[in-house]
Design a protein around this ligand. Structure first.
Ligand SMILES: Nc1ncnc2c1ncn2[C@@H]1O[C@H](COP(=O)(O)OP(=O)(O)O)[C@@H](O)[C@H]1O
Ligand SMILES: [Mg+2]
Length: 269
């Protein structure tokens, strides 16, 4: 199935009996001070897909991820995420937009290059803070859930430690577990392994593979071409604020259809 083009505007496939994609982006545009950074991005991601986003520095990858959950407000375009949606066409940011953005964010877990754990909280507390703030759940249940997530990412034994005492790989796995604690439908990663030595990066990539096997939908901005090739269902190549090419990994790496993709990939060979 070609998930890039199977849905008409405003009716994302559902009218034809095709399941709605978990992530749907239509004609997303964003400029900073007159400089176009996203120049009409459209993308659909199906449930359980792992999609890697690659492209040269400055091409808009981080801005795209940030626009997906409205950490950055796009100038125009539409984002739909697990049934929550928001479209913009210029104009001021209204209260209803904020409510819609809040709905989108509730579906998304985000992981950054720099871990961003709360330094003065234990790993366990890092996982429990947000769920405690939004859920009226018993502390015992919250702690049980948090410990189960830490076990899943291999950090059960360091639950009581502070982030600074962990390796970078452990901190990033804790950051992933913390994002998972809010039960997101989609995980977004912005160069999650760029700050890590190769063997520590491998621990983090392993967690992402596990989540993939469990059916999590994931979008990963990465420079790890081996991971992108081995683990992605599809790879998005961006340049200068546009998607140049979307393809399955073997197709993209062995016979990219656009010369710009070929030129970019050549530097990793
Ligand atoms: N908050 C901002 N204000 C002004 N310019 C920005 C801002 N964020 C990003 N940019 C610019 O947008 C372009 C794309 O940045 P970014 O999305 O971070 O690219 P990438 O993640 O692909 O390296 C760059 O030229 C960057 O300088
Ligand atoms: Mg970036």
């Amino acid at each position: 199935m070609d998930r890039v083009s199977n849905a008409g505007p405003g009716s994302p496939g559902s009218a034809f009996g095709v399941p709605e994609p978990v992530v749907l982006v239509r004609d997303l545009r964003k400029s900073f001070d007159g400089q176009v950074v996203l120049d009409g991005i459209s993308l659909e991601v199906g449930s359980g897909e792992l999609v890697s986003i690659i492209g040269p520095s400055g091409c808009g990858k981080s801005t795209l991820l940030r626009c997906l959950n409205f950490l950055e407000v796009p100038d125009s375009g539409e984002v739909r995420l697990a049934g929550h949606g928001l479209s913009r066409n210029g104009g001021s940011w209204r209260r209803a937009d904020e409510a819609a953005a809040h709905g989108l964010r509730s579906q998304v877990g985000m992981v950054f290059q720099s871990f961003n754990l709360f330094p003065h909280r234990t790993v366990l507390d890092n996982l429990m803070l947000a769920p405690r703030a939004v859920k009226r759940t018993d502390r015992v249940v919250l702690e049980r859930d948090a410990r189960a997530l830490l076990d899943k990412v291999g950090l059960g034994s360091v639950a009581g430690r502070y982030p600074a005492t962990l390796s970078g790989g452990q901190q990033q796995r804790a950051a992933i577990a913390r994002a998972l604690a809010m039960a997101p439908r989609v995980m977004l990663y912005d160069e999650p392994t760029s700050a890590l030595d190769p063997e520590l990066a491998e621990e983090v990539l392993g967690v992402m593979r596990t989540l993939d096997a469990e059916g999590m939908t994931q979008l990963v901005v990465t420079h790890e071409m081996r991971f992108a090739r081995a683990a992605s269902d599809r790879i998005v190549f961006m340049e200068a604020g546009r998607i140049v090419e979307i393809a399955e990994p073997d197709v993209l790496f062995s016979s990219p259809s656009d010369p710009r993709t070929r030129r970019f990939l050549r530097q990793f060979l």
